[in-house]
Design a protein around this ligand. Structure first.
Ligand code: GAP
Length: 455
C-alpha cells in the first residue's frame, strides 16, 4: 500500500476539478459569474451518481416512499403561505466606505472585513430571486424561483396521497434546483446562488414525530458513512432555539469537516404541521389525512431530511482526495467509493502499437455496455494509471502483447495498485464483483506477470 503524504486544502480541490474536468467557473470565457459553476464531463457523472445513490436508498429500496418532480416556478401564493415572503431573509450590512455588502451573521466585528470601514445598521434582505411570468413586467406577474424544493412536495400532498394510496407514515422525495440570492457566497461549490437539493418530506401521525425524527437523523447520517465519508469528518449538531428556521420544531445538522471548518451538509428538521396547515389556510383546500385504523382525521406532522447535491459532491471530493508516495513519486488519488466514481473502468492498451488496438477496442466495446468506461491510449502506461488515479477510476484493464496470445488481460486496482491477470471472458463478472465490494486480494487469479513488468 502507498504511504500517505499530505492533507487536502480547497485550492487543490478547485485546481484538480478544473484540470480534470469535474467543475469549471461558469461562463469563464467572459470572466465567470460570481458563485456560479459548471459541472464538466466527470463532475456531471459524480453528481448523477450521488443523486442515484440517494434515490436508490430513499425511494427505490423502500415501500414507504415515492418521488415527484415539481416545477421550479410555483404560484406566488405558495411563498406567502410558506412564510418565505415574510421571513426568508438574512440581515445585510453595507460598508459605508467601500460599499461592499455582507451578511451580518458571518462575522462579529463591527467593521468591514475587506477595508475596515464603518458598517450600516443591519437591514433584512429577502433571499428569493424574483422574475416576471409572461410579457408584462408588473407586480401581478411576479413569480419566484423556488428557494427550496420542499414546497413543491407540500402543495402536491393530496395529489400524491390520492394516487399512490399510501398510508401514514410515508414520504415524498424530490431532487431539483433551488435558488437563493445569498449575500455572501464562496468556498467553491459550498454556498452558491443556484444549487441542487435532495429533499424528503416524511408524513407521520402527530405524537410519533420525535421517534421518526430520530430515525431519519440516524438513517441519513449512516448514508454518508456507507458511501465512504470518514467517521471522524462527520458529526451531528442540534440547533439551539434561537437558530431554528421559522417552520421548525427541532433540527439537527449533519456537519462535515470541510477545509474551512465544520459546516452543514444536510439538515433534518421536524416541521410539525406548519406547512400543511398554512397551505390549507391559504388555498382553502383540506390537506389532512383520514386514519382508517382509528377513524380520526388529522393533519400529519412532517420530518424533513434536506441535503445539498453540490455540498455532498464537495464533501465526497475532499474525503476521497489523497496524495501518496508510490514507487518513489507522489501520486494524487481520489479514493471514491466505486458507486460514486465517475469512471468505473479504464481500458488501456499497453501502447499505441497497431497490433494491440483491435483487441483493446473490442474489450472496450464489450465492457462499456456494463460500466461507465473510458478508453485511453495516449502517453505511457504509468502516466495513464496516474491520470485514472487522479479522477478516481477504481479499475484499469490493460491489454498487452501477451493478451494477443493468451486472451488474458490485467486488472489494476486504484487503491492498492495491485494487479491480477485473468481471461478476458471473465472481465465483466470479475469487475462486477469487485465494483460491488469484493476484496481485490481474494481473487484467485494472481500471477507474477503484470502489465507494467511487460511494458
Ligand atoms: N427545505 C429545507 C431547507 O432548504 P436548508 O438547510 O436551508 O433547508 C438544505 O437547505 C440543504 O441545501 C443544506 O444542508 C445544503 O446542503 C443545501 N444548501 C442550502 N443553501 C445552499 C447554497 N446557497 N449553496 C449550496 N447548497 C445549499
Amino acid at each position: 500500500m502507498p504511504d500517505k503524504t499530505s492533507k487536502v486544502d480547497m485550492d487543490k480541490i478547485v485546481s484538480l476539478c478544473k484540470r480534470r474536468g469535474f467543475i469549471f467557473p461558469s461562463s469563464e470565457i467572459y470572466g465567470g459569474l460570481g458563485s456560479c459553476w459548471d459541472y464538466g464531463p466527470l463532475g456531471v457523472e459524480l453528481k448523477k451518481n450521488i443523486k442515484d445513490a440517494w434515490w436508490r436508498a430513499v425511494v427505490r429500496e423502500r415501500d414507504d416512499m415515492v418521488g415527484i418532480d415539481a416545477s421550479i416556478m410555483m404560484h406566488p401564493q405558495t411563498w406567502i403561505a410558506s412564510g418565505h415572503v415574510e421571513g426568508f431573509s438574512d440581515p445585510l450590512v453595507e460598508c459605508k466606505a467601500c460599499h461592499l455588502r455582507w451578511r451580518a451573521t458571518d462575522f462579529d466585528r463591527g467593521s468591514c472585513p475587506d477595508c475596515g470601514g464603518e458598517l450600516t445598521e443591519p437591514k433584512l434582505f429577502n433571499l428569493m430571486f424574483k422574475t416576471f411570468m409572461g410579457p408584462v413586467e408588473d407586480e401581478a406577474s411576479v413569480v419566484y424561483l423556488r428557494p427550496e424544493t420542499a414546497q413543491g412536495i407540500f402543495v402536491n400532498f393530496d395529489n400524491v396521497l390520492a394516487t399512490s394510496r399510501k398510508k401514514l407514515p410515508f414520504g415524498i422525495a424530490q431532487i431539483g434546483k433551488s435558488f437563493r440570492n445569498e449575500i455572501t457566497t464562496g468556498n467553491f461549490i459550498f454556498r452558491t446562488r443556484e444549487f441542487e437539493q435532495m429533499e424528503i418530506e416524511y408524513f407521520v401521525k402527530p405524537g410519533s414525530d420525535e421517534e421518526w425524527f430520530n430515525y431519519w437523523v440516524k438513517e441519513r447520517f449512516s448514508w454518508y458513512l456507507k458511501l465512504g465519508i470518514k467517521e471522524e469528518s462527520l458529526h451531528l449538531r442540534r440547533h439551539g432555539n434561537e437558530e431554528l428556521a421559522h417552520y421548525a420544531k427541532d433540527c439537527y445538522d449533519i456537519e462535515y469537516l470541510f477545509p474551512m471548518g465544520w459546516a452543514e451538509l444536510e439538515g433534518i428538521a421536524n416541521r410539525g404541521d406548519y406547512d400543511l396547515v398554512q397551505h390549507a389556510k391559504h388555498s382553502g383546500k383540506a390537506l389532512s389525512y383520514f386514519d382508517e385504523e382509528t377513524g380520526e382525521r388529522y393533519t400529519p406532522y412532517v420530518i424533513e431530511p434536506s441535503a445539498g447535491v453540490d455540498r455532498s459532491a464537495l464533501a465526497f471530493l475532499i474525503n476521497a482526495y489523497d496524495e501518496e508516495l508510490a514507487e518513489g513519486e507522489t501520486r494524487v488519488v481520489l479514493h471514491f467509493n466505486p458507486e460514486l466514481a465517475p469512471i468505473k473502468v479504464a481500458i488501456l492498451p499497453l501502447s499505441r502499437n497497431e497490433k494491440l488496438a483491435p483487441l483493446a477496442r473490442d474489450v472496450y466495446t464489450k465492457i462499456r455496455r456494463y460500466f461507465m468506461t473510458q478508453y485511453d491510449d495516449a502517453q505511457s502506461i504509468g502516466r495513464r494509471y496516474r491520470r485514472q488515479d487522479e479522477i478516481g477510476t477504481p479499475f484499469c484493464v490493460t491489454i498487452d502483447f501477451q493478451s494477443l496470445e493468451d486472451n488474458q488481460a490485467t486488472i489494476r486496482e486504484r487503491d492498492s495498485m495491485a494487479q491480477i491477470r485473468l481471461p478476458i471472458d471473465d472481465l465483466v463478472k470479475t469487475l462486477q464483483a469487485k465494483l460491488s465490494g469484493e476484496s481485490f486480494a481474494s481473487q484467485p487469479l494472481w500471477t507474477t506477470k503484470t502489465a507494467e513488468a511487460s511494458e
